[in-house]
Ligand binder design. Structure first.
Ligand SMILES: [Zn+2]
Length: 280
């Protein structure tokens, strides 16, 4: 396959910065809200404005998220994540920038990951700013809602939970356990919220120093990730994209591979002598 050969020689050259998206985690059972499954059409993503201003929206978010968390917490990295970690340990990939909030790059052994949109396993208080663990919040939510999980045992396999209004109304969110009254929010960047400027600056700096930018499993729909592709292209840094289906960055790419990541990435790692350390 011609494009796979081009991809291989680009990565073999080293100095790669990876930009990963939801498509890399679908094989770990985490739904891609913009992927071909079309889940996005059924749910409007939560905005920061709705979350902070509308108590009902916030309650609905926590009720659904309380159920979905079991899926995220139970997810394990897949062959694609392990291949990326292998490429990093082999010194070919310098930095991973991920749009994913599932922490699976780190779980696969990747050092140096910039989590562009934050992490779902951490919770921040919008008043006192303290960061606490999601596991701890999960325990507190379970205690505050002892009957809730039992009543909504029918969770779809993709973690997509449709809750009737009366069940949402019965859910009791909790406030910050440290200051006692602050509003809690998962430490992820919602729609309508900006990524912290320092974090964006670190990403741009990494991209500008890269010999190539490798996009993995992102349709680049959101400017939050697409801007790095545009920057690389402007600087004459080659961009390679591995994704199932077309992306909004294809026009900037020198190589596009349309194939499942769990198959392509271990092959790629093997070809450049960076086989995943844990095996696949
Ligand atoms: Zn607080």
């Amino acid at each position: 396959m011609e494009s796979f050969d081009a991809l291989t020689s680009l990565v073999a050259g080293g100095g790669v910065v990876v930009l990963s998206g939801a498509g890399l985690s679908t094989e770990s059972g985490i739904p891609d809200y913009r992927g071909p499954s079309g889940v996005a059409q059924r749910h409007t993503p939560m905005t920061f404005q709705a979350f902070t201003r509308d108590p009902l929206a916030r309650r609905r978010y926590w009720a659904r998220s309380h159920l979905g968390w079991r899926l995220i917490a139970g997810a394990a990295p897949n062959a694609g994540h392990r291949a990326v970690a292998g490429l990093q340990h082999a010194g070919l990939v310098d930095t991973v920038i991920t749009q994913n909030v599932d922490g699976l790059h780190g779980a696969a052994g990747s050092p140096s990951v910039i989590e562009l949109h934050g992490r779902l396993d951490e919770v921040t208080c919008l008043d006192c700013g303290n960061l606490t663990s999601r596991e701890e919040l999960h325990r507190r939510l379970r205690e505050a809602n002892p009957e809730f999980v039992a009543r909504v045992a029918a969770v779809n396999p993709d973690g997509d939970v449709d809750l009737p209004d009366e069940q949402v109304a019965a859910f009791r969110p909790v406030d910050c356990g440290i200051c006692g009254t602050g509003m809690l929010k998962p430490d992820v960047v919602f729609f309508g919220e900006t990524v912290p400027a320092q974090r964006v600056a670190r990403c741009f700096a990494a991209v500008e120093q890269a010999r190539s930018l490798l996009v993995l499993g992102s349709s680049l729909t959101v400017m939050s990730g697409r801007r790095f592709v545009i920057r690389a292209a402007k600087r004459g840094i080659p961009v390679a994209i591995v994704n199932q289906g077309p992306t909004r960055g294809d026009g900037h790419a020198t190589v596009c591979v349309d194939a499942p990541l769990g198959a392509v990435l271990p092959q790629l790692a093997a070809r450049v002598g960076a086989g995943a350390p844990l095996g696949v």
